[in-house]
Design a protein around this ligand. Structure first.
Ligand code: IPM
Ligand code: MG
Length: 361
């Protein structure tokens, strides 16, 4: 099969971690008899430097013509980078938000798994993590506060900022269905997270999720308030299977979930629309402080590439092979600095990519 893949290397550690994911994909292609065609796409700061904007119409069109897009990370240091002198709509993050919206990538899947081998990097007590955990955060990605109207105005001599949080029932229904579909393939439990004790948008969320749940009698649904969920993630992460939530809550909870797995450098993600197309990126940021040092953890990007093989190309065997290779290299004791613990072998970005590519069977 020919895999037509768009590649957004992006900023900061982006180019380094994407290079390792491509190395692994090339090895998978070689062993399993596929070919990878890569189209380089500029987004974020890298695009601002060339085109003056974080995403051009041409890049959107080029991304649409690919079967899937693999992305590193975008953005720089907000204090020192000239990108942040630009107005908000021209900054690197605006490119990411626009591509999510343009490609209708409403379903963001962020699996948070505690690998047995990484228990040492997990900040939680052993009695909490005993037996590991494996949850899927389903984050709505094209609605809510991120895309509501916003403005900053002076009212009666007082600067006032507005961000509006809007959801319609269709937006809620389609992400809820995805969440339940995924739960059916897992442990059949959905925890829908909202703030229904305060927000109207959450009350509608709850109502629509309950309607969808009625179509999935095998799946157990529970509702949880977002503040409680933040607490439960560190108190008892094992209770979660699928966490279904809106855009902003999902942004925050997925960072928290990544930390309890040991490192944000381990957390993959897939952003999907109604078709097979997806944008695959590590959940972490561009980490400008360590960019160019060759120490970033490429595993989240490599695992995102595995999700791409699974969701966009239906290549389950190949995706399994990548995930097995990651587990093997971890079991052999290799670690990047972010997940390093005593007695393990510390390696850099490139070496980690080599080891994983070399373990593809
Ligand atoms: C993420 C990131 C983005 C988000 C930023 C870079 C706009 O934090 O993918 O979680 O908030 O969605
Ligand atoms: Mg985030």
């Amino acid at each position: 099969m020919n895999l037509n893949i768009g590649v957004i290397k992006g900023d900061g550690i982006g180019p380094e971690i994407v290079a390792e994911a491509m190395k692994v994909l090339d090895q998978v292609a070689k062993i399993y008899g596929h070919t990878c065609d890569y189209t380089q796409l500029l987004m974020g700061g890298a695009s601002i430097d060339v085109h003056g904007v974080p995403l051009t119409d041409e890049t959107v069109a080029a991304a649409k013509s690919c079967d899937a897009v693999l992305m590193g990370s975008i953005g720089g240091d907000a204090k020192t980078s000239p990108w942040y002198q630009l107005e908000p709509s021209k900054r690197p993050e605006a490119g990411l938000l626009r591509i999510r919206k343009e490609l209708n990538l409403f379903a963001n899947l962020r699996p948070a798994i505690l690998y047995d081998e990484l228990k040492g990097a997990c900040p939680l007590k052993e009695e909490i993590t005993e037996g590991g955990f494996d949850m899927m955060i389903m984050r709505e990605l094209t609605g809510g506060l991120y895309f509501g109207e916003r403005k900053t105005v002076e009212e009666h001599g007082v600067m006032t900022a507005y961000d509006s949080l809007t959801y319609n029932e269709n937006e809620i229904r389609r992400i809820a269905k995805r969440g339940f579909d995924i739960a059916m393939k897992r442990r059949k439990k959905v925890t829908s997270v909202d703030k229904a004790n305060v927000l109207d948008s959450s009350r509608l969320w709850r109502k629509v999720v309950e309607e969808v749940a009625a179509e999935y009698p095998e799946v157990t649904l529970e509702h949880m308030l977002v503040d409680n969920c933040a607490m439960q993630l560190v108190k008892n992460p094992k209770q979660f299977d699928v966490i279904l939530t809106e855009n902003m809550f999902g942004d925050i909870l997925s960072d928290e979930a990544s930390m309890v797995t040991g490192s944000i450098g381990m957390l993959a993600s897939a952003s999907l629309n109604e078709t097979k197309f997806g944008l695959y990126e590590p959940s972490g940021g561009s980490a400008p402080d360590i960019a160019g040092k060759g120490i970033a953890n490429p595993i989240a990007t490599i695992l995102s590439a595995a999700m791409m093989l699974r969701f966009s190309f239906d290549l389950d065997k190949e995706a399994d092979a990548v995930e097995r290779a990651v587990a093997k290299v971890l079991a052999e004791g290799y670690r990047t600095i972010d997940i390093m613990s005593e007695g393990k072998k510390q390696v850099g970005t490139e070496k980690m990519g080599d080891l994983i590519a070399g373990s593809i069977r």
